[in-house]
Design a protein around this ligand. Structure first.
Ligand SMILES: *[C@@H]1O[C@H](CO)[C@@H](O)[C@H](O)[C@H]1NC(C)=O
Ligand SMILES: *[C@@H]1O[C@H](CO)[C@@H](O)[C@H](O)[C@H]1NC(C)=O
Ligand SMILES: *[C@@H]1O[C@H](CO)[C@@H](O)[C@H](O)[C@H]1NC(C)=O
Length: 162
């Protein structure tokens, strides 16, 4: 029981929180957000995890970046977009949730291939977890989990005794 709890906590601990976020350059090139690139093919070869970022590098005088619904993505419809990500043309978007995200360029360029769908998922458990050791990059979280583990251990031992 206690072992199970500790394992469960460690799996939680080794997922999203402690992974180094990755910056994905959309399209992979210098100007990453441009027409006539198959961004679907690009996205197929990337793994997107919660906490990662997308980088859109583009000519802001011509293109924009909008987060849209799936239906708008399918129809290349830039009206009623969800978020306007366009700033200076070197713009970053945080993938904060485990869900699909849909982006397109308005102004007609979506029809020239400036659209991409990205499926952010929770990072898989660390293949080699080092339980109960403070790891680089997440000391505060490990302290928090230490307390959770202690509480769970107390609960488990009282359950065993009771
Ligand atoms: C882009 O690549 C995907 C996956 O390889 C393919 O299914 C699709 O037909 C391509 N689209 C275009 C417009 O070439
Ligand atoms: C998006 O934001 C940029 C920068 O604030 C602005 O110039 C542009 O007009 C906006 N685009 C849309 C479609 O609202
Ligand atoms: C994206 O995440 C970074 C680091 O977690 C944070 O500093 C930044 O403010 C976030 N940006 C937005 C737009 O949420």
């Amino acid at each position: 029981m206690l072992l199970w709890l500790i394992t469960a906590v460690n799996i939680l601990w080794s997922t999203a929180e402690c992974r180094e976020p990755v910056l994905h350059r959309v399209g992979g090139g210098k100007y990453t957000w441009a027409p006539n690139m198959n961004l679907t093919a690009w996205a197929m070869h990337e793994k997107f995890y919660v906490g990662d970022w997308l980088y859109f590098g583009f000519d802001k005088t011509r293109y924009n970046v909008l987060e849209v619904s799936k239906m708008n993505y399918n129809n290349c419809d830039d009206k009623n977009f969800i978020t306007n990500i366009t700033r200076g043309g070197r713009d970053v978007f945080n993938l904060t949730e485990a869900r699909p995200y849909y982006f397109l360029s308005g102004l007609g360029y979506c029809f020239e291939g400036m659209k991409v769908a990205v499926y952010a998922q929770y990072a898989p458990p660390d293949p080699d977890p080092a339980p109960l050791v403070v790891r680089n990059g997440c000391p505060s979280q490990s302290a928090g989990y230490g307390i959770i583990i202690m509480v769970l251990a107390l609960l488990a031992s009282s359950a065993v005794m009771g």
